[in-house]
Design a protein around this ligand. Sequence first.
Ligand code: ASP
Ligand code: MG
Length: 420
Amino acid sequence: MKVYKFGGASVKDAAGVRNLEKIVRLAVTNDQRPTTNDLMVVVSAMGKTTNALERVVEFCAAGQEDKALNQWIDIIDFHVTIMKELGLQPGIDIRLHGEIPYDPACSFDENYDQIVSMGELLSTQIIAVYLLKQGLSVEWWNMPKLLRTDTTWREAVVDNETSRAVIRAGWDRPNRPTVVVAQGFIGGTADGKRTTLGREGSDYTAALLGNYLDAESVTIWKDVPGILNADPRLEPNTVLIPSLRYQDAVELSYSGAQIIHPKTIRPLENKQIPLYVKPFGDPTAAGSRIAADGVGPIDVPVYIWRKNQILITMRAKDFAFVLEESLSEIFDIIHRHRLKVSLIQSSAVTISVCVDNTRFVPAAIEELRVHFNVSYNDHLSLLTIRGTTPNILARAKAGRTIMLSQTTRRTARLVVKEED
Ligand code: ASP
Ligand code: MG
């Protein structure tokens, strides 16, 4: 069996869904023994639906019911338009929710998961029904009932043992349809609440399903030709990297390459399942292949931007500064507040960490201030250049305000001020 993952951009309109059908049909009719045609199709929310649903949660939490409802109706309308263009009957073929699943007695984050998960539930229902109407053998899966997680709302931790057993049982059934359509990014708790795995988490779902079901490969269908050495929106001359090792892919995604979610590689590497990144606009193109036998190291300079960073610098409050002791204290606080560290630097009397500027940062800084003198700079980006040379580095630095830099012979990491 294979796993295909389609992101929001690939299913942002009716044409995208028709294109998905074309790609799925190619896979299930291309019988190449000894492999089977069985296909797990993992889908994200359509277009920018997740962002729109986040606004619904924010309006609800702020008590702005009219705004929340208007936003909700816009989201439903957007999906209804797509359904109609695909010849589906809203409300008959696909269930629509008139009410926002908001409970004022629950926390913001718990409500977030109940509401934001609707994007994937809608997209997958539309796609499953459409594929069925096109004559394919299809089943829709409800991941909140199958992918078991804890209750860490918005960043739920998957219980692999339970999930694997449930998902394998569902998959190994006799007479299961050839194609299964499942939501990426969402799961559920033991008591039936929906959870989400963190923004852009659909790739991770695809990797987990590939691992549970011993897939022969996992393919992520994207709006780019594969993994490129730079973001084509930022660099005019990009090249495709046709083959990578797992470790290179982990490093790229950790450095901020938007192409794959950082958690995606481990479940695949554990079972030696190759990962393909291919363009949904050109399904027979080779794209990029990530595997243990991939070619490495990458032989073109690779530019990776990690945006929205904050550089936090801690200084001892007195002279009794012991680096080792401070480190464990700092990283304990960082870990408890779920900060994502992108770079660390220390001197005799200071420690600086660059982290993603998430909603968890203010509380972490507050706690750090109990122990240290803390200063910070925000509106920063981290630029990682792999395969750098003195020339490349000089060019990258030109005209930019560099807050901090770390360079080794082949890799440069620059914390730079975001230009406004
Ligand atoms: N729909 C979710 C998001 O936009 C998950 C994903 O796209 O992977 O974050
Ligand atoms: Mg997405």
